[in-house]
Design a protein around this ligand. Structure first.
Ligand code: SDX
Length: 426
């Protein structure tokens, strides 16, 4: 018998169907609740609300499990490349060799950005945040690449353009912000190597491609590639549900990711660790402030809406810190502070009680710093990694025959009916 729940309200009994996922997760299907009962549900922050069914990413927050299309993210980080993971997320299967090569060729063919876009970059104030620039420039892509004839062309070419151009746009933004000559993508370099070269190659000092750093960047982006219905992905789905073009929906996702509670946390972690360093390394003060309910300070990079165990991505990222720093023969005092802070926090009753563990943002900034990425570009790096996930989730919603405009309801708590009072009588 199909699972059901009974709801008793005002003396009447209603039956509501239960939906069961492929990993045994269960939900009450309330799609007809208001029609049947006149009731809606209320769930600020949607902590108990599923917005969709999806076959892209599975997370188990209690067990710290993360899989893309069923494959554990740890295996993809060890054996796959970012481009192969992009293909997996968007197409649902790992690519054959030829499919992977074809995608690389498409990325190269679409990696240039319209020259007129450089004028836009040059007119942003120098201190502009790269996330604000990226969100604006991705939205501007529609102006340069108008809608294509068929929906298939529109989706396939737009997806390729976005995935390929976003790294060129990010590197271009960095070079122009420093008053340096823009470096163009090279057809002989693969995705991540091309990005590093566009960022750091200069006419006076050619950038030496280091395969270990290229692999580290691939892993960084694989770990960020998707994360089911997080804040920015939900923004992409909701904005996309209005049938707006993909560039505009992705631009909304970039804006949502920017916040320090979400993707902006990787920048906030480095700023927090730097403050602790400037405070003589006093990480215990940071822990006490994080526990003080009268202090708005939060331990950035700690806690998660879904993970109530160690974020599996943070484990991999922490190991990568040691690997990248050893390879570059550098040490970073912020890494030592981060490890001491983590050790102390994980033993603290408050963090144990609230199930607060390091999330992906706690160590990711250390890896990016070591690679020479400026702190204000850390969330741009997150956005480049998350782009395939946003696209896969948007495409899944477009392909859903039940795809409809997202429009939540509310419970009104304002003044009851009142009459207008002319200004003379107020
Ligand atoms: C990302 O959703 C995703 O999947 C996101 C992400 C992805 O890949 O897309 O994983 C990427 O955004 C990771 C999270 C990055 N953000 C941070 O590191 C910012 C610091 N973390 C917190 O702000 C917080 O943990 C959130 C926002 C991440 C989650 O918070 P929730 O689920 O809304 O929980 P909450 O804010 O209601 O906190 C519950 C309790 C509160 O105490 P009470 O008011 O109930 O007494 O836990 C406390 C909070 O004060 N708490 C923290 C804390 N996180 C939660 N206290 C101190 N420091 C923290 N970091």
């Amino acid at each position: 018998m199909k699972d059901k729940v009974k709801l008793i309200f005002e003396g009447k009994t209603y039956e509501l169907p239960i939906v069961t996922g492929s990993e045994g997760e269960k939900a009450i299907d309330i799609s007809n609740l208001r029609q049947k009962t006149g009731l809606i549900t209320l769930d600020p922050g949607y902590a108990n609300t599923g917005s969709c069914t999806s076959s892209i990413t599975f997370m188990d927050g209690e067990k710290g499990i993360l899989r893309y299309r069923g494959i554990p993210v740890k295996q993809l980080a060890e054996h796959s490349s970012f481009i192969e993971t992009v293909y997996l997320l968007i197409n649902g299967v790992l690519p054959a060799k030829e499919e992977l090569n074809n995608m690389s060729v498409l990325f190269n063919d679409n990696s240039l950005v319209h020259e007129d876009m450089q004028i836009f970059y040059q007119n942003f104030p120098r201190a502009s945040h790269p996330m604000g620039i990226l969100s604006s420039m991705v939205n501007a892509l529609r102006s340069f690449y108008p809608e294509l004839e068929t929906i298939e062309e529109e989706i396939n070419i737009t997806v390729t353009r976005l995935l390929s151009k976003v790294r060129t746009m990010a590197a271009m933004s960095y070079k122009i912000s420093r008053g340096h000559k823009v470096v163009y993508p090279r057809p002989d370099l693969k995705y991540s190597a091309n990005f590093l070269n566009m960022m750091f190659d200069t006419p006076v000092r050619p950038y030496p491609i280091d395969e270990d750093l290229v692999k580290a960047l691939d892993v960084f982006w694989i770990l960020h590639a998707d994360h089911e219905q997080n804040c920015s992905t939900s923004a992409v789905r909701l904005v996309g549900s209005g049938r707006v073009n993909l560039y505009a929906a992705i631009s909304a996702g970039i804006a949502a990711l920017w916040g320090p509670l979400h993707g902006g946390a990787n920048q906030a972690v480095i700023e927090m660790l730097t403050d602790i360093q400037n405070d003589g390394g006093n990480y215990r003060r940071a822990i006490e402030r994080a526990k003080d309910k009268n202090d708005s300070f939060r331990l950035m990079g700690f806690g998660h809406r879904v993970y109530k165990a160690y974020d599996p991505r943070a484990k991999i990222m922490k190991k990568m810190c040691d690997k990248v720093l050893a390879k570059l023969k550098i040490s970073d005092p912020l890494l030592d502070i981060a490890k001491e802070l983590e050790e102390a926090a994980l033993k603290d009753d408050y963090f144990i009680e609230y199930n607060l563990y390091p999330n992906i943002d706690f160590y990711s900034g250390i890896v990016l710093r070591a690679m020479g990425i400026p702190t204000n570009m850390f969330t741009v790096m997150f956005a480049i990694g998350r782009l395939p996930g946003w696209i896969a989730q948007w495409k899944e919603s477009v392909d859903d025959p039940k795809w409809k405009l997202g429009r939540p309801r509310q419970i009104y708590t304002g003044p009851i009916k009142t009459d207008y009072i002319p200004i003379e009588q107020r």
